[in-house]
Design a protein around this ligand. Structure first.
Ligand code: MG
Length: 313
């Protein structure tokens, strides 16, 4: 199926809508102004001004309104990874400190940041222990592998509980800055633990552009030497996969503790089931409990309060 994308002004979009008045769909996708289905084409116009044409007549319909953005042009718009901080070739078989975090998108529970050192002589052992991308692992496997890992390789772990998180957030610190501080601290703690053993590289699972990461750390002792960034770094070096497993393990332990404290199961994520749990927590323990259990600034707080109001009325 072919498709075309064009960008139009608000007034042109209104004109298009009128022109397709006879074929507008009753429901529109999220973020869309309108959707129309003239013969052989589905047209979706977005608030951003982009209009997507899909189907066999996509090209001809799009041509009525503007010049399509070619996929090639789109590629050049995409910002290339900062080559200065891209992992070097062959990093997979090097001795590396990897760093990753868990819990940043979860309403309940802390942020846990772990880094782990995988010496190249330990890589095959780590693979035997089952270390791989934690997205492919279920919680029981994470727990089992993490317990073995923390006895096998040097690591360091930081847990930022929500009471502290909320304090920092209310002082105006972004989550990005908190993460940068935690990663830098965890790595520097691990280097100290390693007593002069130097990794060939440090690889951070990228959550911000490297320039921004270092900007967050200005004025502090920054670990910068041989430090590289990559998204999906878990699949680039086992040390990051190990760090991720340890961070997730720690997060699971903390969530268990919170569940025991709350006397109910505290769920992961930030979806509607989380709003329900937060509402239950407010009813059982009072609104003040949110400060220790949750990341208060998430939209879930307001949603949970509304649920409580509804339940009480
Ligand atoms: Mg990550």
């Amino acid at each position: 199926m072919s498709h075309s994308i064009i960008k139009v002004s608000a007034s042109a979009m209104e004109q298009m809508k009128q022109s397709y008045a006879g074929s507008l769909t009753p429901a529109v996708p999220q973020g869309a102004v309108f959707q129309a289905k003239p013969p052989g084409c589905t047209i979706t116009a977005y608030r951003s001004g982009k209009v997507l044409f899909q189907g066999k007549n996509a090209g001809t319909e799009a041509a009525r309104w503007g010049t399509a953005e070619t996929p090639k042009a789109k590629k050049t718009v995409k910002k290339a990874a900062d080559p200065l901080y891209a992992p070097p070739a062959g990093i997979a078989s090097m001795s590396v400190i990897g760093s990753d975090e868990v819990g940043t998108g979860d309403y309940f529970g802390p942020i846990t940041v772990a880094c782990a050192y995988a010496d190249k002589t330990k890589l095959s052992l780590m693979r035997e222990l089952g270390v791989k991308d934690s997205k492919d692992l279920k919680d029981p496997q994470i727990i089992e592998i993490a317990k073995l890992l923390i006895k096998t390789i040097p690591y360091s772990l930081l847990v930022l509980k929500n009471e502290k998180y909320n304090q920092m957030q209310e002082k105006g610190m972004s989550q990005g800055k908190m993460k940068a501080l935690l990663h830098n601290q965890a790595i520097s703690n691990l280097l100290r633990k390693m007593n002069g053993v130097k990794p060939e590289a440090i690889l951070i699972d990228q959550f911000a552009e490297p320039g921004i990461y270092f900007k967050h750390l200005s004025g502090r002792d920054i670990v910068k030497e041989k430090t590289f960034f990559s998204t999906k770094a878990e699949s680039i070096h086992l040390s990051v996969a190990a760090a991720s497993i340890i961070a997730r393990y720690s997060f699971l332990i903390e969530m268990d503790k919170l569940s025991r404290e709350a006397g109910m199961t505290i769920p992961k994520g930030a979806g509607p089931h989380v709003d329900e749990a937060a509402a239950k927590l407010i009813i059982n323990k009072g609104e003040g409990a949110l400060r220790t259990f949750t990341k208060l600034h998430f939209a879930n707080t307001q949603k949970a309060k509304r649920l409580v109001e509804r339940k009480r009325s």
